[in-house]
Design a binder for this molecule. Structure first.
Ligand code: 8YV
Length: 310
């Protein structure tokens, strides 16, 4: 957003990538040479090699996102480069998106609305567009971090859902405040009616939901992912949806992004896909930009970042 960019411009020389589509890896290599700071997005792969291509003056990489799986953080650390992200300010917007996807997928919102738009709605049908209801059912949250907890709060308080979750650590606040129960992934998948994914992408979570894991879900289950596409084995998801082995899926993230228009998930009437808009509110994106700029400016002056992951 413009104001944040103006603030950056008033403090340093800024070269902005002008196109909507991200630069190729080769263009990125050319662009980073001589930069002291990089303000990056998820689509920019910031490897150790790229840091070396940039040069020794590179002091900070500031990601315009809370996730930072596009950055080799260990390589940055070993080169004394600070890495920043934008947590907290997008928690509510992303949790809202998870809830929106859960309802959209559960109630056929997208194909039903498309039918109306196409002028194909002929009559009210007693058994047309039948969906599933979350009220009082079991919600499984995979990854009880900030966004997982905000999603659980909405659905437990608003819809009286029972809560199961996976987490690397004990979270007594979640158990006390939301009646949550920490379980292993297999238990969560087999006992939840609705599952929402909120883990960061790393080597432990890549393909966490593979064919075997998805196979544990009941056939009425709805799966939502606002985290990273790579956490779900997409071929296994296509197969499960085609066989109606789960009811529906709602995805804000896919592999790759964007998915080609003829991909079976895009074509599936049982899958709602959004173009990675989890944090896309005016409020969140402005707040994220402010943190990203603060992180660049702190890094350039050798100060601790406002939000650091190193
Ligand atoms: C960003 C996100 O908009 O913050 C994240 O991790 O996935 C989104 O909020 C996206 O990553 C663009 O960089």
């Amino acid at each position: 957003p413009g104001e944040s960019l103006d603030r950056l411009r008033s403090a340093c020389e800024v070269d902005v990538w002008p196109e909507a589509t991200p630069p190729s890896a080769e263009t990125l290599r050319e662009k980073v040479v001589g930069c002291a700071g990089l303000l990056t997005m998820l689509s920019d792969a910031i490897t150790g090699e790229l840091m070396d291509v940039a040069g020794e003056q590179l002091k900070v990489v500031s990601n315009y996102a809370v996730g930072f799986n596009n950055i080799d953080v260990d390589a940055a650390k070993s080169r004394g480069i600070s890495v920043g992200n934008t947590p907290d300010v997008l928690t509510d917007a992303t949790a809202d998106t998870a809830v929106a996807l859960l309802f959209a997928a559960s109630r056929h919102v997208v194909p039903a609305a498309k039918q109306v738009q196409a002028g194909e709605w002929k009559t009210w049908e007693p058994t047309g567009w039948l969906g599933v209801e979350p009220g009082g059912k079991t919600l499984g949250i995979i990854g009880m971090g900030r966004i997982g907890k905000a999603t659980a709060e909405r659905l437990v308080r608003g819809w009286g859902m029972k809560l199961l979750y996976t987490s690397r650590r004990d979270q007594s606040d979640v158990d006390n405040e939301l009646g949550g129960q920490r379980v292993d992934l297999d238990t969560l998948l087999s006992q939840s009616d609705f599952v929402s994914v909120h883990v960061a992408l790393n080597e432990q979570t890549r393909n966490l939901l593979d064919a075997e894991a998805i196979g544990r879900m009941p056939s009425h289950a709805v799966l939502v992912n606002t985290a990273r596409g790579e956490i779900i084995d997409q071929d296994a998801l296509v197969d499960a949806l085609e066989r109606r082995a789960i009811f529906a899926a709602g995805l804000d993230v896919t592999t790759p992004e964007p998915l080609p228009g003829d991909h079976p998930l895009v074509k599936s009437p049982h899958c709602v896909i959004l173009p990675h808009i989890g944090s896309a509110t005016d409020q969140s994106r402005h707040a994220m930009a402010e943190i990203a700029v603060d992180n660049v400016l702190a890094g350039l002056s050798g100060k601790p970042l406002r939000c650091s992951v190193t």
